[in-house]
Design a binder for this molecule. Structure first.
Ligand code: HEM
Length: 406
């Protein structure tokens, strides 16, 4: 079944250790639309899983994303197979489909609105300033650990009303749940996050007067007379903390690195920040592709771009590849804030699961770069970035920077 070398298999850590994994995707896109890949060994499948199809072209990623009837999320969106219990715990609505998903999404859409994000604006700015100010006098530091630090985590905690004293523990559990993915340790961490969220939800239920809190709004929001249970809210809480932290940190960190590779774009943005911000943020997200992939499962025998796909086959959508597809985006390798349209799938291919946090992520990025340019206008990358070797998040472990002390 295998049709290309294993170092060309993006599910494997070796693939992301290559000097230029992006050019392997370019080869795949040129060769054919859909590739079969064997699955690496995992704790659950010591001899390897059952393998999956890789979808690498922009148009196909969009088409599959929009057809949940044929390509469902309900058997999991990770490459590896999980038990139904784990699919639920690790994804909640992300791993639901059809009317159940639509109903769930309609309820949370009433609470996580553009207005609720706008209302967080001052809080986002305060946290951005605090993160930058704590190292402003140093003249150099690690952008990821010392500046971006816990910025996205603090914003999610503010949104969810997590007490300050509980945040460090919650963030540490989230780190375990994500970094040790697929292990018993990660599962335990996830269960602990959900148990904690159930406690917070129970407390919110009693605080009738606090009608403005996020959890309180979730408890009372209804669609067709139905509300979410405390457990459903807790699983959604866990999804928000796992989906909203690493992704945004990656966008800001890799965004800073991208600006160092394209100084002309950076100059243009710094000179005309407000006007260019919406385009710049969108282009950074495209260029970075913070989330590399999600998976679907075929519900019937079908095909993608002429490739037969059997019922039950796993289909992996490589957003990193689709965002570099030259047939969809001209000069896709380049960061260019003058593009006429925002064509990318970094937040998903536009189907029913399109990122629910996109408005918040854009706001966080905009405010963060605005404060960064205002406080450390000459900040520059001073060494090579250290990449995370994950097949899931395009993150950075470290990025050295220097600047005139402020
Ligand atoms: C730049 C940062 C982010 C990126 C690149 C990103 C990317 C994605 C992607 C690719 C999906 C799946 C789309 C699909 O399957 O079609 C998704 C779903 C989701 N994201 Fe994000 N995300 C980001 C930030 C956030 C933040 C800050 C939050 C939380 C506030 C969040 C919450 C969610 C949720 C809840 C879903 C599931 C939606 C559903 O299943 O209906 N994301 N995101």
């Amino acid at each position: 079944m295998e049709d290309i070398a294993q170092t060309d298999n993006p599910a494997l850590p070796e693939f992301w250790l290559r000097k230029d994994p992006e050019s392997a995707f370019a080869d795949m896109r040129r060769e054919k639309a859909v590739h079969w890949h064997d699955e690496p060994k995992s704790a659950w499948f010591p001899d390897g899983g059952r393998g999956f199809w890789s979808v690498v072209r922009y148009e196909d990623v969009v088409e599959v994303s929009r057809d949940q009837e044929t390509f469902t999320s309900e058997y999991g969106t990770e490459i590896v197979d999980m038990t139904p219990e784990m699919v639920h715990i690790f994804g909640g609505m992300l791993n639901m489909s059809g009317t159940a998903h639509a109903h769930h999404r309609a309820i949370v859409n009433r609470v996580l609105t553009p207005r609720s994000v706008e209302a967080l604006g001052d809080t986002i700015r305060d946290h951005a300033r605090r993160c930058i100010d704590r190292v402003a006098a140093q003249g150099s530091c690690d952008f990821m650990q010392d500046i971006v630090g816990d910025f996205p985590a603090q914003i999610i905690c503010e949104l969810l009303g997590v007490p300050v004293d509980d945040r460090a523990r919650l963030v540490s559990l989230t780190g375990v749940a994500l970094s040790a993915y697929g292990t018993a340790e990660a599962y335990q961490a996830m269960l602990e996050i959900i148990a904690y969220a159930e406690q917070l939800t129970a407390r919110a239920r009693e605080q009738v007067s606090d009608s403005a809190s996020f959890l309180r709004k979730l408890l009372t929001a209804q669609v067709d007379g139905e509300r979410m249970s405390d457990h459903e809210i807790a699983v959604f809480f866990a999804l928000l903390v796992t989906a909203g932290i690493e992704t945004t940190a990656t966008s800001i960190g890799q965004g800073m690195y991208a600006l160092s590779l394209y100084p002309e774009q950076r100059r243009r943005w710094q000179d005309d920040f407000q006007r260019l911000a919406p385009r710049a943020v969108e282009e950074i997200v495209r260029w970075v592709s913070p989330v590399r992939h999600f998976r679907r499962t075929a519900t019937r025998d079908t095909e993608i771009a002429g490739q037969p796909i059997a019922k039950g086959d796993k289909v992996v959508l490589w957003y990193s590849s689709a965002n570099r597809d030259e047939s969809a985006v001209e000069r896709a390798w380049e960061l260019d804030f003058a593009r006429a349209e925002d064509r990318h799938v970094a937040f998903g291919g536009g189907g029913p699961h399109f990122c629910l946090g996109a408005v918040l992520a854009r706001k966080e990025m905009t405010v963060f770069f605005e404060e960064l340019f205002a406080r450390l206008p000459d900040i520059e990358v001073s060494g090579e970035p250290e990449r995370l070797h994950s097949n899931f998040v395009n993150g950075l472990a470290a990025l050295p920077v220097r600047y005139t002390p402020a």
